[in-house]
Design a protein around this ligand. Structure first.
Ligand SMILES: [Zn+2]
Length: 149
């Protein structure tokens, strides 16, 4: 996850405080997970493993949803097999959506590898299930659309 965090306090930018809640990692007994970078010097910044990292993941998911909605690429639309064949591999077509799902799964894998509290893991598993299912449906749509070619 290489995302920038803005408007941070000096301690947040130095990686000593949570970028979400501002909790101090040196004084509190908090497990920190890397969540992105400081735009000032590219140094790694951190959030509390629970619940703040999950808040960031949820926010990223919401932003991705809004972006998809703005781009007119909605959630899995299994009935939408009538796309022109030219659209099959376009970035707006099922192939583009498939690539985005696969990227989300890669992100979920990275977060799962650093999370071990149950609510965060459950949230990430839900995310994984949704994107894995969407990826399966989209892969099959692309397979169906390319069969005759
Ligand atoms: Zn926090």
């Amino acid at each position: 996850m290489e995302r920038y965090f803005w408007h941070m306090s000096p301690r947040q930018a130095d990686g000593m405080a949570c970028v979400v809640c501002g909790a101090d990692f040196l004084t509190g007994r908090i497990t920190a997970v890397p969540v992105g970078r400081s735009p000032a010097d590219e140094s790694q910044v951190y959030a509390c493993k629970a619940p703040c990292a999950a808040v960031i993941a949820r926010e990223a998911e919401r932003m991705a949803r809004e972006m998809r909605a703005a781009a007119g690429v909605d959630e899995v639309d299994a009935g939408d097999v009538t796309d022109g064949e030219d659209a099959v591999f376009s970035i707006d077509g099922h192939f583009g959506s498939l690539l985005r799902d696969l990227r989300s799964l890669t992100g979920a894998e990275a977060l799962l590898a650093t999370s071990d509290d149950i609510p965060t893991v459950r949230f990430l598993l839900g995310l994984t299930a949704r994107h894995a299912e969407a990826a399966m449906i989209r892969a099959r749509l692309v397979l169906a659309q390319t069969r005759e070619e």
